[in-house]
Design a protein around this ligand. Sequence first.
Ligand code: GLN
Length: 247
Amino acid sequence: MKKLFAAVIAIAMLFSFAAMAETLKMGTECTFPPYEFYDESDEIVGIDAEIAALICEKLGYDLEIVDMAFDSLIPAVSSGKVDFVMAGLTVTPERASSVDFSASYAQGVQVVIVTEDSDITSIDDLTAEGANHKIGVQQGTTGDIYASSDIADAGYGSVEPFQAGTDAILALTTGKVDCVMIDNEPAKKFVAANEGLKILETPYTVEDYAIAFAKNSELTEKVNAALEELIADGSVQAVIDKYITAE
Ligand code: GLN
C-alpha cells in the first residue's frame, strides 16, 4: 500500500513537473509565408515556428507563439512582453541598438512585385528621372525603410504602409499602389496565390534573418547556442528545405 502510494505521488509529481516546464513566448507576424502563416487548420506553422520549436525542445521549454503587428515586435521583445522574436526579421544596425540578435539562420532578399502589365520593368524605374510611383510596403519592415529613404524621401514617389503583407498585395491587385516591396519568399507565395503579378528580376538587396532578444537577456546565449547546434547538424536547413523547395 505504501509503495503504491509512493508510486502515485511520484507519477503525480512527474506530471506536475512536465506541466511546469517554463514557456517561452515567441513574437511574430503571421502574414509572412513560408516563415510564419496559418495552415488550413488554423495552426501557426512555417520555418520560424519549426525552428523555434526545435530550439525549445532542445532547451526544455514549452513554446507559445504570439501573432502581432510587425511594427510592435521590437517594442514587445524589448519590454519583455515576449521572450524573443522570430519573424523573418532582418538584422539592421538600427534594430541592433534596441535588441540583441542571434546568429543569422537564413537570408532574405528584398524584391519588388508589380502587375504583369506594369510600366515598372526594373528596379531602376523606381528612381528614374521624373518617376512618381506609389510603393506598398508592410509597415516597419526593411521594405518600408528602403522605399521611404531611397524612393519617397528622394522625391520619386510615395510609400503606402500596410499592417499586413497580404493587405499590401491586395492594394496592388486593386490598383491602389503601383508595386510592393517585400521579402522574396513571401513574394513568391503571394505571386503564386494571385493572378497577374510578377516579381522584378533584379533583387533590391540581400539581408540576414536572426532571432531578436531584449538587450542583455539571459536567454540570448542559451538560445543562440541551441540555434548554432541546429544549424551545424543540418536541422535548420532541413526545415528551410521543407518549406522552400516543396512548392
Ligand atoms: N525582413 C523584413 C524585416 O525585417 C520583413 C519581415 C516581415 O515582414 N516579417 O523588416
